[in-house]
Design a protein around this ligand. Structure first.
Ligand code: FAD
Length: 462
């Protein structure tokens, strides 16, 4: 029996999508240089029971299954490199429950962060993790996503209190609960968050929520050089202020944003900042941030006090990566994602700038520098082996610089199949243990094969 008729035998009608555009969408990322590979079938379950049925079916036949949210991950996480089923959780998009008094929401995996936040407005609450794409909460848990708010509120792993997980054999477990803290056994929720679809499929998430601060103020600070901007960001973190967001964009990024969004921000390394709290607290934080910026030769500190100005500023920042790609529309973006100890940040930014220039790329640097996390984005021609080789060298040098300082190859994008070599460099000693966990959860190796571990690696003896 072929795959499609086999699936039709275990699922209600309308769950299997045969449209060629959808097969293409599920076989390539929205924003990636990795080679596409369409799945053999796109399946859209509408309940936990249907997820169980698909996984049982696939396990019995050894068919690969790749969970799919919005497909916006950047390291080929959703590309089915061995074919099989792309399991699209987009139709499981119910906000099951909002408990304002407990600061908790229970959601199905297909709900996006934008939709959850729209729903939370009436409660005066918000969910802070905000990747620059309206990604699904299931996918965000899959990559342990973060974004501009992480410096104050933490990353996805800090927000997920509980997951309902379906294993490859169809077993359903819950990993946590509704309590804000727990010491009950191993931290399975933390293990599954960031597992990139390789250990199980999330069918429900319980998330922490936060009150919207009384006063919010956004600002832009412009600097003569990227290292100075980095030093100012580090000084703000060191000062202990409750800063909401500290985002750095270099001059090339500002140029791209101005062209893409029609803004007229000064073309220079810039920190986008946000302060939130009580009226008096915000005023105090702004005063300190301004003084620290001035001591790094800040050439302009401007506020976006009204809601529209703030929205324009953060929209520009969120769409900066897209804006950069528009500068070279015939090429694909390669994006590094290193994160370094915060004190190493200014030099790391300078090193990245020099490395990109030394290899002749039209690159840009931007990042969540309050966490020591930044991206070098350089457009590549995937058909040009020499250019791909040079891009690999730049990527390798930036990653090695971070690892030598105790940093990581990926602060938020995850490993996928793009960073398996870097993971080996970073965590070679613990890879056998990780592989053991993979074998325990998914003995047949059907869940997102070829991700986190290179294809040939995951079966290697412990
Ligand atoms: C323009 C742009 C800006 C971005 N900015 C940021 C940023 O600032 N910060 C950041 O962290 N990321 C960023 N990203 C990357 C991306 O948005 C995140 O990786 C996001 O978490 C992916 O969510 P998704 O719904 O698209 O998931 P997908 O890409 O569909 O899936 C991601 C991973 O999770 C797995 N998965 C999906 N659903 C489930 C499920 N229900 N159960 C188990 N596993 C599942 C998949 O198999 C895959 O391995 C950006 C991407 C773009 C295109």
């Amino acid at each position: 029996m072929d795959l499609l008729s086999g699936l039709a035998g275990v699922l209600p009608g309308g769950r299997i999508v045969a449209d060629p555009d959808e097969l293409r969408r599920h076989g390539g990322g929205v924003f990636t240089y990795h080679a596409p590979r369409p799945p053999d079938a796109v399946v859209c379950p509408e309940s936990r029971e249907e997820v169980v049925d698909v996984l049982r079916f696939a396990s019995e036949r050894g068919v690969p299954v790749v969970p799919f949210g919005e497909g916006s991950s950047l390291e080929a996480q959703t590309i089915p490199v061995r074919g099989g089923i792309s399991l699209d959780l987009g139709r499981m998009d119910e906000i099951v429950e909002v408990r304002p008094d407990d600061f908790i929401a229970r959601v199905q995996p297909g709900v996006t962060h934008g939709r959850l936040n729209a729903e939370l407005k009436e409660h005066g609450l918000f969910f802070p993790v905000d990747p620059g794409w309206d990604a699904s909460l299931g996918g965000m848990a899959g990559t342990n996503a973060s974004g501009t708010n992480a410096v104050r509120y933490g990353v996805m792993r800090d927000q997920v209190l509980d997951l309902e997980v379906v294993f490859a054999d169809g077993t359903v477990v819950r990993t946590g609960g509704m309590a804000m803290k727990s010491s009950a056994g191993y931290h399975l929720t933390g293990l599954f968050v960031g597992s990139e679809g390789t250990l199980g499929v999330f069918t429900e998430l319980t998330l922490r929520l936060y009150p919207v601060p009384e006063k919010v103020l956004a600002a832009r600070a412009v600097f003569p050089g990227i290292e100075g901007a980095g030093r100012a960001a580090v000084a703000m973190i060191r000062s202990g202020m409750r800063i909401g967001r500290v985002e750095l964009v270099d001059a090339r990024t500002v140029e791209a944003v101005n062209a893409y969004k029609g803004t007229d921000y000064a073309v220079a390394p810039t920190l986008f900042l946000e302060f939130g709290g009580s009226e008096a607290g915000v005023e105090d934080d702004v005063r300190v941030a301004r003084a620290l910026s001035d001591s790094e030769g800040c050439g302009g500190f401007e506020f976006e006090a009204d809601g529209a100005g703030r929205e324009r500023l953060w929209e520009a920042r969120h769409e900066a990566a897209l804006a950069i790609t528009r500068l070279n529309p015939d090429k694909k973006p390669m994006t590094t994602d290193v994160c370094v100890p915060i004190g190493d940040l200014p030099d790391a930014l300078g090193h990245a700038r020099e490395t990109i220039a030394a290899h002749g790329f039209d690159g840009a640097i931007l990042g969540h520098v309050g966490d020591g996390n930044y991206h070098a984005v350089f457009p590549v021609d995937v058909e040009d082996p020499d250019e791909m080789d040079r891009a690999g060298t730049v990527d390798g040098q930036i990653v090695r610089y971070a690892l030598q300082r105790g940093g990581t190859c990926t602060g938020e994008h995850g490993v996928g199949s793009g960073k398996t070599g870097h993971l080996r460099e970073e965590h070679g000693d613990s890879l056998p243990f990780m592989r053991g966990i993979k074998r325990l959860a998914d003995p047949g190796g059907i869940l997102n094969p070829g991700k986190i571990f290179a294809e040939e690696e995951w079966r290697a003896p412990g």
